[in-house]
Design a protein around this ligand. Structure first.
Ligand code: GRF
Length: 199
């Protein structure tokens, strides 16, 4: 792969989306090299996945800084140090500082476990999303990859893939079906972005 883009991935949990991005990068299906994995939690299993792949990690916990400005400054310096070109949020549950969103305009992506603009916005993450889909009686759900801007789950949609909602679904069974397509479409959408297919 000729000079793959340098990508930082932000995780808060298990990191299965991170793993699918890593796998796609290793198999040549993603024109990127994941050079840094950042988490707000030092116990995120996604950090363990990174360590196993020899990828540097950085725990970014705003509470550990004297103030928000100091935290943002440190994060920006780390991102600069790794010469990051794209940022992929993968199950990251915190806000991205506005200076970072501005610096990486149209180069930060996120995966959301529903068909945005439905079931998005502040507080709509994880199980709450699937509970809301089931409560509404929808017959389909799916995953969305979108650009991150300064409003939650609001940026340009890059790719979506639908899944059926079964009458006997629980939030768990629906989440598992949606997660599978997340893993499928995130590497494709990020590769399209990096290779300029959305220009
Ligand atoms: C996924 O359900 C994703 O939709 C949401 O957070 C979860 C992340 O899972 N953004 P993982 O950490 O990638 O396994």
């Amino acid at each position: 792969m000729s000079n793959p883009a340098k990508v930082a991935v932000f995780v808060s949990g298990g990191g299965s989306n991170l793993q699918s991005l890593i796998n796609a990068s290793k198999s040549g299906n993603l024109a990127a090299r994941i050079v840094l994995v950042i988490s707000n939690r030092d116990d995120a299993y996604g950090l363990e996945r990174a360590r196993r792949e020899g990828i540097d990690t950085f725990v970014y916990n705003v509470k550990k800084y004297p103030d928000r400005a100091a935290a943002h400054k440190d994060l920006m310096e780390v991102i600069e140090h790794y010469d990051i070109e794209y940022i992929a949020l993968a199950g990251y549950l915190k806000l991205i500082p506005k200076p970072l969103i501005r610096k990486y305009a149209d180069k930060i992506t996120n995966v959301h476990p529903a068909l945005l603009p439905k079931y998005g916005g502040k507080g709509m993450y994880g199980h709450r999303v699937h509970e809301a889909v089931l409560k509404a009686g929808d017959t389909e759900s799916g995953a969305t990859i979108h650009i991150v801007d300064e409003i939650y789950d609001n940026g340009k949609i890059l790719m979506q893939k639908k899944v059926p909602v079964n009458s006997d679904d629980t939030p768990d069974t629906l989440a598992a079906r949606v997660l599978k397509v997340e893993h499928e479409i995130y590497p494709i959408a990020l590769n399209n972005l990096i290779t300029g297919k959305y220009q």
